[in-house]
Design a protein around this ligand. Structure first.
Ligand code: ADP
Ligand code: ASP
Ligand code: MG
Length: 813
């Protein structure tokens, strides 16, 4: 005997009902089939909504009713095009009865739990009727039986408790005499011993099917739904979640209790008692394996699934009067039990000074009131404090039978949450150690599920979510490089790099699922008006794990926002030098925030573009070395200028060329005045653990007074033409000695200076070509022979790849 249950989506449309009928016909070929159906998807909610509107004297209950009516009539007429009048009349009579009930609620403006059950029972009664009649019209041997005549409960309306003895007897008696190939049963509905309509709780059709399967000792209980099984996490929230092939009853029970809605929690017990396996299947994809749930599933995996319950409020009872006095918690939980308030979560600190427990948001105020009443005496005596409520919380739980035999799982769980700046309000581990749960803010649920999922189920890939601002010359190359390398990163480094936000000075775009980089320029053109603050706000609101903000501008206002990003645990990668060369306090504050919020702050491209200068320096220091001196040529642009300038060229023309080829800052004065180099040596000095300000750096400029005092870039170029003789003289003086001009930065004994130098032949700087950079670190370990880093130190491509390397560094962390 097969017992199958089809949920709301499965019977939610003509197409899906047709699939259901096909599945039932296939099963019927081998054995009789019992099929439990839910209400048409969304109808239970609509019935409740109509009821509440009617109760509050809101006439729009009529339009809600009309929608419910139209949905059913439409499905019937499409399923049975030339429907018998008797059939449509009967459906209309049922709908008229529903209307009368709603009118009654409107008249007396009351919706008691008892009436509510009567109201919602229409959902399953209507859907089961339509499906049965459709099958009959197609010549299938089918009968419908109203489960209210079989399932008998107490009168705990809206979530009635079943009398198993009577119920099982009724089911067994009924099915002992049926001969039908297919029996359709409405799920969810039942009757009390006094004959009142009751229901089994929201999602209760699963339970109806479990009762029938258990009473008849069916071979399996199949729950057909809209997903291919019980997933490692809710697939609607975690895209990477996948169906779990096998689970034990206990694991399935824990997962469903902790929010995996795909299985109504009470469903497991009746079939567990009879050792009947549950199979969860997908109506839309009948060939997918689904999930098989039975006794002891041998599997070495420790964490089997992650689930979440939202709408949790945390209540804390606290006070010195609780310490060492037995019976406090007994009294507390008795109060809650007496008022039928379900406790979802409990923790008590070992000091016994406080008890903290979680309830559904809807119960929180009542719980508070009743407990404060019950402990009124102790509260007035100041032995305990009145209950404190915290709201908008969720529980996230790791579930698995084998977790108890593995150490370190909770450590990993909490460090993962911590790293992502997810604050844990309370922790509980069941005595059975089949679950570890944490209470967190509801706002963080999606992020928590995804990070935990990544750590426990996707060890292989790490998702990085990148927000890039400034897609000019360098930024554009960066996006192109990401586009090109995306597949390689995924396949080889197991990094899933997604660009979530993009902005230039005019527009910005976001896509939570990753912007398609194929035509990103066109996508950006369709974006909203750019705003630095708006960009930050969206990155923050998306609250994605491993978020990285990439600054590819040279803009001070962008740099001023780094602190905001870091405080949200969003890493910052910058080629913009402004932040690190601002006051020492600002630089230090960013370093501090980076540590505090566990958000990397990387700026390798501030010095030597893509060359690994800062990374090498950090590695030296981290391994215990100490920098004594740094000698460097750090300006690709100045190097280009002095390598191309001689007595056959004009200084003005060479600078113009450097700018045209993108080797200078947009304002070439920043390079030529030495400010850019000064900023770079400042950053290296600071990274070598020296407290230094930009003003502390000696800067002997090689420019003339007129050059330095120019008002604009154009004006500056004019002064270069006027002062050609000055530059020719500098060249001639060096040339006479067989030396070359290089713009050198030095850091020595805590002091730094920048300036033009005549470099003699044989010096490591002498042969520095084109726009190359060179850095020589003298340290305690590299005393005589310095550690030298040399290579292309300017240009859009190398800078972009330096930014890229910083992003990957974060991914490899
Ligand atoms: P039905 O109407 O078929 O009873 P439900 O909506 O009650 O379906 O349950 C299926 C839904 O459960 C899925 O669409 C999914 O959104 C949700 N769900 C939550 N957690 C899980 C999980 N761990 N695995 C599968 N589905 C889950
Ligand atoms: N129709 C009911 C509900 O939506 C029962 C069910 O679908 O399982 O809760
Ligand atoms: Mg369900």
């Amino acid at each position: 005997m097969h017992v199958l249950k089809f949920g709301g989506t499965s019977v939610g449309s003509v197409e899906n009902i047709t699939k259901v009928i096909q599945i039932l016909e296939d099963y019927k070929k081998s054995q009789p089939v019992i099929c439990v159906v839910s209400a048409v998807g969304g109808i239970t909610d609509k019935l409740l909504k109509a009821g509440h509107l009617a109760q509050t004297k809101d006439e729009s209950y009529l339009s809600e009713y009309k929608t419910i009516k139209d949905i059913h009539l439409n499905i019937l007429s499409r399923l049975i095009p030339n429907v018998d009048k008797a059939v449509s009349d009967k459906l209309n009579t049922k709908l008229d009865n529903l209307k009368s009930l709603l009118d009654g609620i409107y008249l007396i403006n009351e919706l008691s739990p008892k009436t509510s059950d009567k109201l919602v029972s229409f959902g399953e009664l209507l859907s089961s009727y339509i499906i049965t009649e459709t099958m009959k019209s197609r010549g299938i041997d089918v009968v419908r039986k109203n489960t209210q005549e079989l399932i008998i409960t107490n009168d705990n309306f809206t979530k009635a408790e079943v009398n198993y003895q009577i119920t099982y007897k009724n089911i067994q008696e009924y099915f002992s005499s049926t001969t039908q190939g297919v029996t359709i049963l409405p799920g969810f509905v039942s009757k009390s011993q006094q004959g009142e309509i009751t229901t089994l709780g929201r999602g209760g059709s699963d339970f109806t099917a479990a009762l029938v399967a258990s009473a008849l000792e069916a071979d399996t209980l199949e729950i057909w739904t809209d997903v291919s099984g019980m997933y490692t996490a809710n697939p609607k929230l975690v895209k990477q979640a996948y169906p779990i092939k096998k689970l034990s009853y206990q694991e399935a029970m824990e997962l469903s209790h902790f929010g995996a809605k795909v299985l109504y929690p009470p469903t497991v017990q009746p079939v567990l008692d009879k050792n009947i396996p549950i199979v969860i299947k997908n109506t839309m994809e009948p060939d997918a394996d689904g999930t098989y749930i039975a006794h002891e599933q041998t599997n070495n995996l420790t964490v089997r699934g992650i689930s979440n319950i939202n709408d949790i409020s945390l209540l804390t009872l606290e006070g010195s009067g609780m310490v060492g006095i037995p019976g406090f918690s007994k009294r507390l939980f008795e109060v809650l039990a007496n008022h039928k308030i379900n406790v979802v979560f409990i923790t008590q600190a070992s000091s016994e000074h406080s008890i903290c427990f979680g309830v559904n948001k809807a119960d929180a105020n009542q719980a508070k009131e009743k407990i404060n009443q019950a402990f009124e005496y102790e509260i007035t005596q100041h032995k305990i404090n009145p209950i404190v409520i915290e709201t908008d919380l969720s529980i996230v739980a790791l579930i698995g039978d084998n977790m108890k035999s593995h150490q370190g799982i909770s450590g990993k769980m909490f460090s993962t949450l911590g790293k992502n700046n997810i604050n844990v309000r309370a922790i509980a581990q069941g005595a059975s150690e089949k679950n570890i749960s944490a209470v967190i803010s509801e706002h963080d649920v999606k992020k928590a599920l995804n990070t935990l999922h990544e750590v426990f189920f996707e060890v292989k890939t790490k998702q990085l979510n990148v927000f890039i601002t400034g897609v000019g010359n360098v930024g554009e190359r960066l996006v192109e490089q990401i586009k090109q390398q995306k597949k390689y990163l995924k396949d080889n480094l197991k990094i899933n790099l997604r660009v979530i936000g993009l902005s230039n000075s005019r527009q910005m775009v976001f896509d939570e699922d990753g912007i398609s980089l194929k035509n990103w320029k066109a996508v950006l053109n369709t974006g909203e008006t750019a705003s630095l603050e708006g960009f930050f706000k969206t990155a923050k609101a998306l609250n994605l794990r491993n978020s990285i903000f990439v600054d590819v501008t040279a803009n001070k206002d962008v740099a001023n926002l780094y602190a905001n990003y870091l405080k949200e645990s969003i890493a910052v990668v910058a080629c913009n030098k402004i932040a690190c060369s601002d006051t020492f306090d600002k630089y230090n504050q960013l370093k501090y925030l980076s540590r505090k919020y566990n958000a990397p702050f990387l700026f390798e491209t501030n010095v030597g573009a893509g060359l690994p200068v800062i990374d090498t320096l950090n590695n030296l220091i981290a391994s215990g070395d100490k920098v004594t001196s740094i000698q460097a040529v750090l300006s690709g642009s100045l190097n280009f200028v002095f390598n191309n300038f001689n007595d056959t060229t004009k200084f003005h023309d060479v600078v113009k060329q450097a700018q045209a080829e993108g080797y200078t800052e947009p304002d070439p004065r920043i390079d030529l005045s030495g400010v850019d180099v000064a900023r770079k040596i400042l950053i290296l000095a600071r990274e070598s653990r020296t407290v230094m300000e930009l003003e502390d750096i000696t800067n002997d400029s090689f420019l003339t007074k007129a050059n330095l005092e120019s008002d604009s870039v154009d004006d500056f170029y004019k002064t270069l033409i006027d002062d050609e003789a000055h530059f020719q003289k500098l060249f001639a003086q060096a040339n006479e000695k067989g030396s070359k001009l290089k713009y050198v930065a030095e850091f020595n004994e805590g002091k730094a200076k920048v300036g033009l130098k005549e470099i003699p032949q044989g010096h490591p700087f002498y042969n520095l070509e084109g726009k190359d950079n060179i850095v020589m670190f003298y340290t305690q370990r590299y005393k005589e022979q310095p550690m030298i880093i040399k290579g292309a130190g300017a240009g859009a491509d190398v800078t972009a790849s330096g930014l890229f390397a910083d992003i990957i560094r974060i991914g490899n962390d």
